[in-house]
Design a binder for this molecule. Structure first.
Ligand code: FAD
Ligand code: UDP
Length: 382
């Protein structure tokens, strides 16, 4: 008999399980309805090309949290990959996020950092001094209307299919704006990709005789001893699935976006010259193309073939993979009801991106799980 049931073998569930087993000496059972650990960050190696493919969308690890960096490095080493993204607008390729190179290329200028700051401040003046209330206001106040319309309005329309005034400003605050030619996508102290692949990292986290991983097990199955009906109230549960699914959507469905990843293997050693190319314009139906071989320039791949994913975003139905929480005011109202229900649930902790309905990156997920393992877990155990 385990001391703890963890539902979901993503980074949140794995981190809690690892800490519970190694730090507290508990026996933990982790279930996942998929056939692998690692949740959405999982990757596998394509049999034909040997290229590592991120099966649920491209995952780049980055953090400025020293504790998270140290923790992740217990299970994997990281390559020195530095993420850079380019974007196509009006038939021209620009560096993204917006930096001095993007600004000067877009306006056909040779502005210095100070000149560009002054210039963009004028373009952003329509919302100056006001706290941005939504993604549209935030975007324009960051880069001004012309750059916003060129690089964000179309991409965001495709990615979210939601009026920009209804989207939270935090979605766009993820991206820096720089008045230098630094075109790194992230500004964090540490970044890199797991040297021998994501799957190995996650398998090492679960590699402990006190951790029992059971795959292909659905918490909401009609029968079995590791289901919601059988387990809740009998054993402490850490639940990392969608919070609305847990309560059988009784307060309504939370809106999620999912992505159709359309894979192609192409007869060239290099399709686009970089790992991620965004497509800012709405006449192109996909948001971006990922070319996976560029994530690992240190690896040698046999043959002149490459593997790409085109990403097509749409609203998720309950049977789809829930990838991005939309988080409109209406969603927040529904979420508040689920949070109330969650408080009353006997010895169940809701965690992770799905359990919190939050747009968490991997490092934030790990930080949140480490925090819970340190304080909340003892309370949950009772
Ligand atoms: P998940 O990884 O979603 O794991 C939850 C697990 O619970 C899943 O394995 C699921 O199968 C399981 N589960 C759900 N319901 C049940 C059930 N009923 N029974 C049993 N098991 C169940 N972060 C970054 O830092 N960098 C990136 O570049 C990045 N890119 C991303 C791209 C995409 C498309 C997405 C969707 C996310 C991205 N992230 C990225 C975020 C990252 O995926 C998350 O931070 C992290 O995976 C969250 O871990 P988690 O354990 O909370 O959730
Ligand atoms: N975004 C955009 N244009 C871009 C890149 C990003 O408009 O070229 C906006 C868009 O709304 C997107 C958000 O910024 O959803 C966050 O982008 P990020 O690349 O961080 O998204 P993720 O990698 O999580 O899909």
């Amino acid at each position: 008999m385990s001391d703890l049931l963890v539902v979901g073998a993503g980074l949140y569930g794995l981190t809690v399980a690892e800490r519970a087993a190694n730090e507290l000496g508990l026996h933990v059972t982790i279930i996942d309805k998929r056939d692998h650990v690692g949740g959405n960050a999982y990757s596998s190696f394509d049999a034909a090309t040997g290229i590592e493919v991120h099966q649920y969308g491209a995952h780049l690890f980055h953090t400025s949290n020293e504790r998270v960096w140290e923790y992740a490095n217990r299970f994997t080493t990281f390559t020195n990959y530095v993420h850079r993204v380019y974007t196509v607008h009006g038939g021209t390729v620009y560096p993204m996020p917006v930096n001095l190179g993007t600004i000067n290329q877009f306006f056909g200028t040779a502005m210095s950092p100070d000149e560009a700051r002054t210039f963009i401040a004028q373009q952003a003046a329509e919302f100056a001094g006001d706290e941005p209330q939504n993604l549209l206001e935030k975007g324009i106040s960051l880069v001004g209307r012309p750059l916003f319309e060129a690089f964000f309005a179309g991409y965001t329309a495709k990615q979210w299919q939601t009026p920009l005034e209804q989207l939270p400003p935090s979605i766009i605050s993820r991206l820096p704006v720089r008045y230098t030619y630094d075109n790194r996508y992230f500004s964090d102290t540490h970044e890199g990709l797991p040297a021998d692949g994501y799957a190995k990292w996650f398998e090492r986290m679960a590699d402990n005789p006190r951790i029992d991983v059971k795959l292909g097990v659905d918490f909401f199955a009609a029968d079995g001893d590791l289901t919601k009906t059988a387990a809740v109230g009998q054993i402490p549960v850490v639940y990392t699935g969608p919070i609305d699914r847990y309560f059988n959507y009784s307060a309504g469905n939370l809106a999620w976006r999912t992505i159709d990843l359309i894979e192609e293997t192409l007869p060239t050693a290099d399709f686009q010259g970089t790992s991620v190319m965004n497509y800012a314009d709405t006449h192109v139906p996909f948001t971006r193309i990922i070319e996976f071989r560029h994530f690992h320039p240190e690896r040698s791949y046999a043959g002149d073939t490459t593997l790409i994913h085109r990403e097509y975003s749409r609203f998720a139905a309950p049977e789809d993979e829930p990838y991005y929480p939309v988080n409109t005011a209406a969603d927040q109202a529904v979420l508040a009801q689920y949070r109330e229900l969650a408080k009353a649930e006997p010895r169940v902790h809701f965690g992770g991106r799905l359990g919190n309905y939050a747009y968490l990156d991997m490092h934030q997920t790990i930080a949140s799980a480490l925090g819970f393992a340190e304080t909340g877990l003892i309370k949950l155990l009772g």
